[in-house]
Design a protein. Structure first.
Length: 404
């Protein structure tokens, strides 16, 4: 493994490239330039890693992961220098291989700050570098997934007696599978999180055939149910099945061997609209990152029509302006209990409110994308809100460093 990248162009990083893609820029020429660099110098790990990011942003995930694997083979360590003034802090983040949802989006949390970021990519088969860069705080960025459970188990042992403070212990991240989070947050007063179970394709086929009742698997309800393949994100192959009859058609469409199953909760408001919050807990304090309104139960911010509706944006702006005195206050006890149960200093939560006022938890993840890339002309209220998240994260790092 090369010990130095001296003389090579610096790493661009995920945040600047995604910001450009988010703004609608065509990254094709960037991809060609990075590919040429990699071809001309097979040791240019920066070119490989940035090219992998471009491929992901342009929808070529399979090739992106292959190029990323090559980059990690060439070099495990990548550094982005501090871009802003300040006292300075050195942050080492342990990353795992995978797409843009496979690790904590730390670049967005520290963009333009005084933090020097070093990313160390680890796999279950890789050795630790002979020299670990000097750092003040270590953050485990690896997200929970079936593929990462073994890596998280390894890291838990490797980091047990780490000489620097560690944020987000890997054994705590490992709990964040959909069924694991459900078990961890069970029976918290004021929280609604339907039982989520992991089932095989054969079990889902038995449900489709009427040979197995959903209630045999779900202790808290029956149809309609929510089903998705394990390891899926962003609504990929997520569906609501009104009865067992629809399960057969779902199996015809979705080629997966294992699934998550849970009961559907109708969380519509009186106006018939569904509303979803994305919040982060930073050192236990909740921060709003986005608030989406949709007529469909499966809400993603990009398909909720927020850019097409001034009324929706006005409601989001009002939600963000009063988040601390309304949503956060209503659910303060539940959020504190969630923080204590999870024991993670930084984590994201996708959630809603049920008609009877409970906090409805959809997902808990340390790798949810949070950013301030939305155009200011359309979303003038977002940057100040997201700045609060970034400041809180910087304060978390400083507080963590101080305990060393």
């Amino acid at each position: 493994m090369p010990s130095s990248l001296t003389g090579l162009p610096p790493l661009i990083g995920v945040a600047p490239l995604m910001r450009r893609a988010f703004a609608g820029e065509n990254l094709a020429q960037d991809g060609q330039d990075l590919l040429l660099r990699a071809q001309q110098n097979p040791a240019d790990a920066h070119a490989y890693l940035d090219f992998s990011t471009v491929l992901q942003l342009t929808g070529n995930r399979t090739d992106a992961l292959a190029v990323q694997a090559e980059a990690i083979t060439i070099r495990q360590l990548y550094t982005l220098p501090a871009r802003g003034p300040g006292p300075g802090l050195r942050l080492l983040v342990i990353m795992g291989p995978g797409d843009l949802m496979a690790n904590t989006p730390v670049e967005f949390l520290i963009e333009d700050s005084d933090i020097t970021l070093t990313m160390l990519y680890m796999t279950t088969a890789s050795d630790w570098p002979e020299v670990i860069p000097e750092h003040d705080v270590l953050l485990v960025g690896v997200a929970e997934s079936d593929a990462n459970q073994q890596l998280l188990h390894r890291l838990a042992a490797d980091l047990k007696d780490w000489p620097r403070p560690v944020i987000n212990r890997p054994e705590r991240i490992a709990v964040l599978s959909r069924d694991g989070a459900c078990a961890a947050l069970a029976a918290i007063p004021g929280v609604e999180m339907p039982t989520t179970v992991r089932i095989t394709r054969e079990q889902l086929q038995a449900i489709a055939n009427g040979a197995l009742a959903a209630t045999a698997l779900l202790r808290d309800g029956d149809f309609p149910v929510i089903v998705r393949p394990t390891g899926s994100h962003a609504g990929t192959n997520l569906d609501k099945l009104p009865s067992h009859a629809e399960a057969a058609g779902y199996l015809e469409r979705v080629d997966a061997t294992h699934f998550y199953l849970s009961r559907f909760v109708d969380y519509r408001n009186a106006d018939g609209q569904f509303r979803k919050y994305r919040i982060t807990l930073v050192d236990g304090k909740p921060f709003i990152c986005h608030f989406a309104i949709s007529s469909h139960w499966m809400i993603h911010y990009l398909n909720a029509g927020m850019t097409e509706s001034q009324a929706k944006r006005d409601e989001e702006a009002d939600c963000m302006a009063h988040f601390d005195t309304q949503f956060a206050l209503r659910h303060a006890d539940a959020i504190q209990a969630i923080h204590e149960r999870l024991a993670l200093a930084y984590v994201g939560i996708d959630c809603a409110e049920t008609p009877d006022g409970k906090l409805l938890i959809f997902e808990v993840d340390n790798a949810m994308i949070v950013h301030d890339m939305d155009p200011e002309a359309m979303f003038p209220y977002k940057k100040p809100v997201m700045h609060k998240v970034f400041v809180a994260f910087r304060q978390l790092l400083e507080k963590t460093r101080a305990v060393n």
